[in-house]
Design a protein around this ligand. Structure first.
Ligand code: PMP
Length: 417
């Protein structure tokens, strides 16, 4: 009865009924190293999250129009983690909701309707977030079917994008300028520019230095707002900072959060400046029944405690750095690995048939993921050509499990798939 279009991993998926830290267990008792689960950011079945949620469920779980402590406490904690200007929190349940609401805030606050988005991106499944999703892996017709208010800008990918040299950041930022000029030339006005600060869907590709600040400046000059989608790459994952945008020294106007925020309990947020929230209020009230419910906020608070108490940001930096170094060493041994992207515990291992032409090794990537499952590792393809192994495990990944992943990939690439 499940809609066939509903995605699932693997041709013959194992039945997974348990998870613990960065491992999953199937009903035959097999353990798998989970290298993809950035939703379970602090690890599967974390006792602190279980306890907080259980306790809250026993007390109260209701819609967010009531007055209870967890919502205030979580909103305060979240805002404290963000730059001072981002002081107003909206609570929702998912990433799609967060991006959808961010678009509504931007269009209402600016009175404009046009939105610039980078290619190869995914921002959600609702009508508006689907409209700004440009990944041709998710939707092969994405580039030709965007509505007129969506303007595509070049994917700032210095590995396989249109600019790869030293001036790439400026050239990609110029392309943002070109898209904004197009809007003005057609008598439109710009509401927002939406981007991830580490290019998740493209395969964990790092943005060239200076790109985001130059792009943000152009968008603001054009009267638009800058929306950072931190749904995948935020929450301590990149290691140096809590938020990926901090790596680029920029302050967005609107930040969207979800996935890891609740460690699998539905929780998302939009954080913005109070003056933008006030302008949004002119279009009526806002309410999402279980967005910010007592249980989801209790989960959200427990997750933030665990990230702090277990020093998971540092773990992302240290174990992620070790993993990246080892994967890069593996690239010297196996021609198929064209590049290792990303930072912290958001990495991408890009597979190519030819390092000159960069022909994507799509079929190989799919087969390698199936073989890795047999060898006890869950890893999945991503990127426009589904030729990048996405590496975004729970933040509690240990050094020995990182080594196991590299050894298993080495074994797979050496003995075949
Ligand atoms: N933004 C990004 C960058 C995402 O990766 C996703 C989900 N993959 C979303 C938004 C949408 O989040 P959700 O699936 O929670 O609606």
């Amino acid at each position: 009865m499940i809609a066939p279009v509903q995605e699932h991993y693997y041709a013959a998926p194992p039945r997974i009924e348990r998870g613990w830290r960065h491992h999953l267990f199937d009903t035959d008792g097999r353990a798998y190293l989970d290298m993809v689960n950035n939703v379970a950011g602090v690890g599967h079945s974390h006792p602190a999250v279980t306890e907080a949620v259980t306790r809250q469920l026993q007390l109260l779980n209701t819609n967010s129009r009531f007055n209870y402590e967890a919502m205030v406490a979580y909103s305060e904690r979240l805002a404290e983690l963000l730059p001072e200007s981002l002081d107003t929190v909206f609570l929702v349940s998912t990433g799609s909701e967060a991006l959808d609401l961010a678009l509504r805030i931007a269009t209402t606050a600016t009175g404009a309707e046009h939105v610039a988005v980078v290619r190869s991106a995914y921002h959600g499944w609702t009508t508006a977030t689907d409209a700004i999703s440009t990944s041709i892996a998710d939707n092969p017709n994405a580039l030709t079917t965007r509505p007129p208010w969506v303007h595509l800008v070049d994917s700032p990918n210095t590995y396989r994008g249109s600019h790869r040299g030293e001036d790439a950041a400026q050239r990609y930022a110029d392309d943002v300028g070109r898209a904004l000029a197009e809007v003005h030339a057609s008598d439109g006005s710009v509401a927002a520019f939406v981007a991830e600060a580490l290019y998740g869907n493209a395969g964990g590709v790092e943005l060239p230095d200076g790109y985001l600040s130059a792009a943000y400046a152009k968008v603001r000059d054009a009267g638009g707002l800058c929306i950072a989608d931190e749904v995948q790459v935020g929450y301590a994952r990149t290691g140096d900072h809590f938020w990926a945008f901090e790596d680029h020294g920029v302050v967005p106007d609107i930040v969207c959060v979800a996935k890891a925020a609740g460690n699998g309990v539905a929780l998302g947020a939009v954080v913005t400046r109070s003056e933008l929230a006030d302008r949004f209020a002119r279009q009526g009230s806002f309410f999402s029944s279980v967005g910010g419910s007592p249980v989801s906020c209790a989960a959200g608070l427990a997750v933030l405690d665990v990230i702090r108490d277990e020093d998971l940001q540092r773990n992302a930096r240290v174990v992620g750095g070790r993993l990246r170094d080892q994967l890069r060493a593996l690239a010297a041994k196996h021609e198929l690995i064209g590049a290792v992207h990303g930072k912290g515990l958001y990495l991408g291992v890009e597979l190519v048939r030819d390092r000159g032409s960069l022909e994507p090794a799509t079929a190989e990537c799919a087969a390698i993921c199936e073989r890795m499952l047999e060898l006890g590792v869950v890893v999945q393809p991503t990127g426009d050509y589904l030729n990048v192994l996405k590496v975004k495990p729970p933040l509690c990944l240990t050094a020995s499990s990182a080594d196991f992943f590299v050894e298993t990939l080495d074994h797979c690439l050496t003995t075949g798939w």
